[in-house]
Design a protein around this ligand. Structure first.
Ligand code: 9YT
Length: 131
């Protein structure tokens, strides 16, 4: 069994993007088939995201903002208690009105250090052996 606490997370499991801080509680090497993150989206930021290589579900537990689909322009208000699932690799803007705290699940799991590239994509990192 794996037991891990936000308070005692190893420094390399805390990854900072320009507009967010992702605390990566479970990663590929944990062998669960998904990764699980407790992510803070900084207040007042707007981030273009396109997970071309991953599916992501995002459950907001604090704060508020919006998700806007790039293709259709459809806007979804997000607040505590809202989940959104990017089941079609949907390219979107994530805008945080206040700081948002998100529980994020990725399939396939992230390996650890991923940050967005210039298109808002996370690369698919190769396993270096073991798992
Ligand atoms: C909600 C979202 O995708 N935020 C960007 C960070 C990402 N979820 C992560 O790596 O935790």
């Amino acid at each position: 069994m794996i037991v891990r606490r936000l308070g005692g997370l190893e420094p390399e499991r805390e990854v900072r993007g320009e507009n967010w801080t992702s605390r990566r509680l479970l990663l590929r090497d944990d062998g669960m088939g998904f990764s699980l993150h407790d992510t803070l989206i900084h207040a007042g930021t707007k981030t273009r995201i396109w997970y071309a290589n991953h599916l992501e579900a995002v459950y907001c537990i604090e704060g508020s903002g919006t998700v806007t689909l790039v293709g259709s322009g459809e806007v979804f208000p997000i607040e505590a208690g809202t989940v959104y699932a990017l089941d079609a690799h949907d390219e979107h803007w994530l805008e945080a009105t206040t700081q948002m705290r998100m529980v994020c699940v990725f399939n396939p799991p992230l390996a650890g250090p991923e940050i967005h590239d210039e298109n808002g994509v996370y690369p698919l990192l190769e396993a270096t052996g073991g798992s």
